[in-house]
Design a protein around this ligand. Structure first.
Ligand SMILES: Nc1ncnc2c1ncn2[C@@H]1O[C@H](COP(=O)(O)OP(=O)(O)OP(=O)(O)O)[C@@H](O)[C@H]1O
Ligand SMILES: [Mg+2]
Length: 593
């Protein structure tokens, strides 16, 4: 039995949960993103090991040179040692360069794949998701958050591994060269690691907050951009400026806090490093004075202490990048892990009433985080008939139509199309059988031609001439005639070159051309003049006999010819009898409320 509990698609629930991610969990989360990059990553890894190895070998050669050549003035030997050092440095440098280039590529591909995955996911998600989340925040996830992961893979990951190797190597050298001096040199490191452990959750939290406030700011920008006309008309520039300022300030404060948090490690690590050098020098000189240590060994020792603390200090910066990557991945994961509830469910075969096209059985619907719009609606639409939905503003007509086109799933009961659960049809099958002209038609940037054949497999490859023929067959060419440049008329979503009524005409042509079995018109003629409206009616009459029409209209003359009228209000869909009675119900409702 398909589950139809309402799904909550609101993001940003996981702020607190992810604070506890440990390093190991973090790596486990991040590594799968590198799928298919195994070869590149392995080569880069070998390269970074080589580069670290070169840093590890240098101090011992320098220490040796001091004791064996400089002390006894053997310049030939010193020359030799210098050449060896130069060769080692060059190899290290080349390896480092190779690593940077390779991982740069890996990072860019991770970025590319993540953006693709996110965008594909967004297309699978139901309308409810977009109702509950702001476009700007989603854009920020696609643009900003994915880039944080790119930066982590391109810059931080291999440095992280190389530094770990360097720290371990240097630590071992320190302990082997002189265990007491080695232990003394490592004491500050233990302190520093303890402090890191302690403050990491805080760093993670403020980092996440700064990403989220960035998302909010971007949401604010996109909202005011899409509403700029209303803002200008009501002269509310001050209001939006204020709102934007607020979001900008919140983001600024969060960014400052994140900056402080991310940079707090650097001074702590630098202090530890300085402390260690001090310990080595004073304890080392003490040991030399007792004849237990040579000057060369002490120099080697200092260099190793440096090789130990330098990467540790860098690790602090990498650690911040890791925190940022994890926070970003959490935000991306929130979207990627959402289960779409508009999947295709399997049901037992059709229980065919061959006359019925669409039926509501005890349908209830509540918007996520909203109120109940339908309570217990039962409805049956027969093939070939014309139905009208009337009712007060906000009564639930558009919601009912959206349920018919499966923009939402009912939260209770079932809707069947041709006797089968509506959810058991693939999106293609559904789009072929049901044509929906929404109250606010949406057009894409392109030409009218592009918009008419949008997602219509039958006409996809048609030339303009062929398309014109098809339009003529359905009597649509007169509508097209309202546009001077016909199919080539330019459509842009951002300008007013196309009026609302014209948009409705294009949406009408798009829906009718598909020859759907069920055609739903939600106020599709509300902005169209009376003469054109009569034209639309004629076209509707010419549709195949089997086509069922559902018409939602406030202008009652539009529904004069309906076979049956339903009244939608108060959670119910009730048969309203003839037009006169429907008017009566509307008036009564108005007086009563
Ligand atoms: N996306 C949404 N989220 C939450 N509530 C919604 C949403 N869309 C509509 N509603 C609510 O559902 C109720 C029914 O809205 P609906 O759009 O179906 O009404 P309608 O009958 O089409 O109204 P109109 O005649 O103005 O087009 C309204 O109270 C509205 O506030
Ligand atoms: Mg409506």
């Amino acid at each position: 039995m398909p589950n139809n509990a309402p799904t909550n698609y609101s993001l940003k629930k996981t702020d607190a949960a992810s604070e506890k991610t440990t390093l190991l969990q973090a790596i486990k989360k991040l590594l799968p993103l590198m799928k298919g990059e195994g070869r590149n990553a392995s080569f880069a890894f070998v390269a970074i090991l080589l580069s670290s190895l070169s840093s590890l070998l240098a101090p011992i050669i320098i220490g040796r040179a001091v004791d064996s050549y400089i002390a006894v003035k053997n310049f030939g030997g010193l020359m030799h040692a210098t050449e060896l050092l130069l060769a080692i440095y060059l190899v290290g440098l080349a390896a480092q360069y190779y690593q940077t280039i390779t991982m740069g590529g890996v990072g860019r591909r991770v970025l590319y794949n993540l953006r693709n995955a996110l965008f594909t996911k967004l297309q699978e998600l139901p309308v409810a998701f977009f109702n509950q989340n702001k476009a700007g925040d989603l854009i920020s996830r696609i643009n900003n958050d994915t880039d944080k992961l790119n930066q982590f893979f391109a810059q931080a990951l291999m440095q992280f591994l190389g530094n770990i190797f360097l720290i371990f190597g240097a630590g071992i050298f320190l302990l082997v060269l002189n265990i007491k001096l080695g232990l003394a040199a490592l004491v500050p490191a233990v302190l520093v690691l303890g402090i890191t452990q302690l403050i990491s959750p805080w760093v993670k939290r403020v980092t996440l907050v700064s990403l989220r406030t960035l998302g909010n700011m971007s949401a604010e920008v996109s909202e005011s951009l899409s509403n700029f006309r209303v803002i200008a008309a009501f002269n509310r520039l001050d209001y939006f400026t204020e709102k934007f300022n607020e979001a900008n300030q919140t983001n600024y404060r969060a960014a400052v806090a994140a900056g402080i948090a991310q940079n707090v490690f650097t001074p702590i690590y630098t202090f530890a490093s300085t402390l260690a050098q001090l310990i080595v020098v004073s304890y080392g000189i003490y040991l030399i004075s007792h004849g237990v240590l040579t000057l060369g060994l002490l120099i080697g020792f200092l260099l190793y202490a440096n090789s130990f603390y330098q990467p540790l200090r860098q690790l602090a910066a990498i650690w911040s990048s890791l925190q940022l990557a994890i926070a970003a991945l959490d935000r991306i994961g929130e979207v990627l892990n959402l289960k779409s509830n508009v999947g295709v469910v399997s049901t037992s075969g059709a229980t065919a009433d061959s006359r019925s096209i669409l039926a509501f059985e005890d349908v209830g619907f509540t918007y996520p985080e909203g109120k109940e719009v339908l309570h217990n609606a039962t409805l049956n639409l027969d093939k070939g008939k014309t139905y009208a939905l009337v009712g007060p503003t906000g009564g639930g007509k558009t919601t009912t139509a959206s349920l018919m086109a499966r923009l939402f799933d009912p939260t209770k009961g079932t809707i069947t199309l041709l006797g089968r659960d509506l959810r058991s049809y693939t999106p293609e099958e559904r789009a072929q059988k049901i044509g929906f002209i929404p109250q606010e038609p949406f057009l894409f940037t392109g030409t009218i031609g592009d918009n008419i054949i949008y997602s219509n497999a039958t006409y996809a490859g048609y030339t303009n001439e062929q398309l014109l023929e098809a339009l003529k067959r359905q009597g649509l060419e007169k509508l097209l005639g309202r546009f001077e440049q016909g199919l080539d008329t330019k459509v842009t979503t951002s300008s007013d070159a196309i009026s609302l009524g014209q948009k409705q005409l294009i949406a009408f042509m798009r829906a009718v051309l598909r020859e759907p079995e069920l055609l739903i018109l939600d106020e599709a003629t509300a902005n169209i003049d009376t003469v054109t409206e009569q034209l639309l009616e004629e076209i509707l009459k010419k549709l195949p006999k089997e086509t069922t029409r559902v018409i939602i209209a406030h202008r009652l003359n539009t529904i004069e010819n309906a076979d049956e009228i339903f009244f939608v209000n108060g959670g119910e869909i009730t048969p309203a009898g003839d037009l006169e009675h429907a008017v009566e119900m509307l008036l009564h409702q108005k007086r009563g409320s």
